[in-house]
Design a protein around this ligand. Structure first.
Ligand SMILES: *Cc1c(COP(=O)(O)O)cnc(C)c1O
Length: 234
């Protein structure tokens, strides 16, 4: 049984994305929704799956493992790890996810590469860039990005797919676009540096700023609240 509220909010989110792509004069399949399901029960993920959503983002390792076990029958679900990751928990992500968006240091990348099971395809990696908040601890700086990209690109069990950022919240839409533009430019430079890497992903835009992100070329928008409703603390 599908919850009418979830069905409506997912439809609204799809329409928002479609409208943003039209406004940006981009093809309608140029960006997709990542449903951020942290703190939400497995039953809600199953409902979203029944409504056609396939890609889900989780932030907490143990919570994600529990939900993955409950949803093991959904064989085509694609799990993305999007939260900060302590190195001592890297194995779980290497073994249980298709994507990670939060690689911000070489040591973590090396562990993920070493721990990725040979039976699985390479782990898709976005490097998290600290684009607007110099005081934040998460994310590599733009200055350090080329060296980290070189290191990740050389690791055989990782696929360097693109960049992720969580800019400081901006109120005015023009102001919101600025950090997203910087992330797009950073991806363009990496493409020139590594023309053979599959650098096709700009993971940017959340419930409050997805339109600005799509204007600047987001290919994966990470929506939590807009799809699943407000979160309680876990
Ligand atoms: C929680 C989270 C989101 C979703 O945020 P909403 O504002 O609820 O859409 C997106 N990206 C990351 C990295 C998150 O941690």
């Amino acid at each position: 049984m599908t919850d009418p509220a979830l069905s409506e909010s997912l439809t609204d989110a799809r329409e928002r994305l479609a409208a943003a792509l039209r406004t940006a004069s981009r093809p309608d399949d140029d960006a997709r929704l990542l449903a951020v399901s942290k703190t939400k029960p497995a039953a809600m993920i199953r409902e979203a799956w029944q409504l056609g959503q396939r890609e889900f983002g989780e932030n907490y390792v143990q919570e994600a493992l529990d939900k993955q076990a409950e949803l093991a029958d959904l064989s085509d679900i694609v799990w993305h790890f999007i939260g900060p990751l302590q190195s001592n928990k890297s194995r779980t992500v290497a073994e249980h996810f298709a994507w990670i968006h939060s690689v911000d240091r070489e040591r973590l990348a090396r562990r993920l590469d070493a721990q990725r099971p040979a039976s699985l395809p390479p782990l898709n990696v976005c490097l998290q860039v600290n684009i607007s908040d110099e005081t934040s601890k998460s994310g590599v700086t733009l200055a350090e990005l080329p060296a980290l990209a070189d290191a990740v690109h050389a690791l055989p069990n990782l696929r360097l797919r693109g960049l992720m950022a969580i800019p400081a919240p901006g109120v005015d839409p023009r102001e919101q676009r600025r950090p997203f533009a910087r992330l797009r430019e950073a991806l363009e430079s990496l493409r020139t540096r590594h023309p053979e890497a599959p650098l096709d992903t700009l993971s940017m835009g959340m419930s409050d700023d997805m339109e600005a992100a799509v204007m600047e070329g987001a290919t994966l928008v990470r929506l939590g609240t807009a799809i699943f409703g407000a979160r309680q603390r876990p």
